[in-house]
Design a protein around this ligand. Structure first.
Ligand SMILES: [Zn+2]
Length: 347
């Protein structure tokens, strides 16, 4: 083969190759564009749902952390915040009532020491009353708790002549509670006799009757059979003469030395017997020996006693605890002058 033939074959082959290449390129261009687009769309479709799933998985992520978030949610559910609020909604109503009521009763008892239900008097309306504390009325020189009938007579005369008004226990309570509209008598004074000695009916009663003076007697019903003490018949005589009969313990015990049960018996049984025998209200107590403890006062409150007298010295005021009312001890050995000074010395 010569050179010309080789060149001819070479160019022919070359042209054929180019033709083939051209045809291939054409066919490739025609067939490859569509699949490419499809793939792109497929990727887009895949990516779209993937990106769409993301927001779904994001909220579902917390569900993948149930260990922590769920308990929190569980807490929220049982905790029933709304139910708690519901509980608190009705609560305010009673709590408001509780808040409104107690301040009055509390301030009454705490600030002015007035018993429940008693209107607290203002500080400017302080009530101060001398409550005289007598015991036996007979002749017993040297015994300071005994006053002679003559001395008692002189004291009652002094009260009468100097405008004092011995008052009943009911009047005393009206005054100490500062009852509105209650006309206070001139120079009120409460006469009290402790223990229930028989000489009270024999000696004191006639003297007081002479001046039409009422009095208050604190007796121990467990001693009505004992010599020297009033029996029920004599107590009734005093009551009919205008004396208020109130309890002084069943057996005149040292209350702080007793158990709560024993104290309760001494306090309530004395009241019960007086109320049964004399048909009166006996809810004003007087501590035997002036002795009491927290249990005593608690028991008096629990059993509805309104007041209790001590032997603490001083005028009785509406600013004292109703269970710690003071009195003025009348020493049978003291002169009339001392008695007068004691009466006029307000504190
Ligand atoms: Zn006594």
């Amino acid at each position: 083969m010569n050179v010309r033939k080789k060149r001819f074959l070479f160019y022919t082959l070359l042209a054929g190759v180019f033709t083939l290449l051209f045809l291939l390129v054409i066919s490739a261009l025609n067939s490859s564009t569509a699949p490419i687009h499809i793939e792109v769309q497929a990727e887009e479709l895949i990516q779209t749902p993937l990106s769409a799933l993301v927001p779904i998985e994001v909220p579902s992520l917390p569900l993948d952390k149930p260990e922590q978030p769920l308990p929190a949610q569980v807490d929220i559910i049982p905790t029933p915040m709304p139910s708690v609020q519901m509980d608190m909604i009705p609560a305010p109503t009673p709590s408001v009532q509780v808040i409104t009521a107690p301040p009055q009763t509390t301030s009454v008892t705490v600030d002015t020491y007035m018993p429940n239900g008693v209107v607290a008097p203002s500080a400017s309306s302080k009530v101060s009353i001398p409550v005289l504390n007598y015991h036996s009325v007979t002749i017993d020189p040297g015994n300071v708790v005994v006053i002679s009938p003559a001395k008692l007579e002189a004291q009652m005369k002094y009260l009468h002549d100097h405008g004092y008004t011995p008052i009943s226990l009911a009047t005393f309570i009206n005054l100490i509670e500062n009852k509105s509209g209650f006309a206070a008598p001139d120079k009120p004074v409460l006469l009290t006799f402790d223990d229930g000695y028989v000489d009270n009916v024999e000696e004191a009663m006639p003297i007081l009757a002479k001046y039409k003076f009422p009095a208050t007697l604190f007796m121990s019903p467990g001693m009505v059979e004992d010599a020297g003490y009033l029996n029920w018949e004599q107590a009734t005589q005093l009551q009919e003469a205008g004396w208020d009969i109130q309890p002084h313990g069943m057996t005149h015990p040292h209350l702080p030395k007793l158990s709560a049960e024993q104290q309760a018996y001494e306090i309530t049984e004395a009241r019960k017997l007086i109320e049964e025998k004399l048909g009166t209200q006996a809810d004003v107590f007087c501590y035997p020996y002036g002795e009491y403890n927290q249990t005593t006062v608690k028991l008096l409150k629990e059993h509805g006693f309104r007041y209790a007298f001590t032997i603490d010295q001083g005028y009785t005021t509406n600013q004292q605890s109703p269970y710690l009312l003071k009195r003025l001890f009348i020493n049978g050995e003291e002169s009339l002058k001392v008695f007068i000074n004691k009466l006029s010395k307000a504190n």
